[in-house]
Design a protein around this ligand. Sequence first.
Ligand SMILES: Cc1cc2nc3c(=O)[nH]c(=O)nc-3n(C[C@H](O)[C@H](O)[C@H](O)COP(=O)(O)O)c2cc1C
Length: 192
Amino acid sequence: MPDPNPAVMDFLLTRRSRPARTLTLPVPGREQLLRILTAAVRVPDHGKLEPWRFVVLDKPALDRLARLAAVRGPATGRDAEQTAKGVAQFTDSNLTIAVVKRPCSTEKIPEIEQVLSTGAVCVTLLNAAAAEGYGANWLTGWVASDEVICREGLCLQPGEWVAGLVHLGTETSVPPDRPRPDLEKIVTWAPA
Ligand SMILES: Cc1cc2nc3c(=O)[nH]c(=O)nc-3n(C[C@H](O)[C@H](O)[C@H](O)COP(=O)(O)O)c2cc1C
């Protein structure tokens, strides 16, 4: 017999991100963060490759990355507004987790399946943070793919890339929910 868990279903039916710029202190401490990250990697992973890893950015690291973004914006031809937006991603945050896709040499598991597993880690990280009472927001933007920020700022190795900068913190406001998909438009039953 099915054994429903209405509390989890209710969570899934109402879960949502919180805008990164509205998140503030306190952020999860080390023990609580490790618990959140433990939940985040409990995802389907074809071939058990673990094609992902985390880089934790606390405030001193975020300050350093903000300074680097302020240099990299103009250096890559971005205007003042684009640069400021990239810098703000780090200055607005008190705790960010960079979810990193790792290269895994295997001919058995297609790269796209490894990428899908990495996306699953990002979503589960959002949900685990929410379950622990924190707001979270999965962002990328130009700072997540800038070569120098990735190499020097996040210490990524060759072949690694950022799937998401997931910002965590305490929510200060709850903006209206965004419209959710209309199932009438996206669900079909395949013919017998
Ligand atoms: C891979 C990925 C990258 C994203 N990057 C950005 C971004 O750079 N800026 C932004 O405003 N939203 C970005 N978003 C969307 C935010 O995560 C947005 O808050 C999210 O769609 C809210 O959905 P939810 O409320 O269902 O969690 C991104 C989403 C994904 C999946």
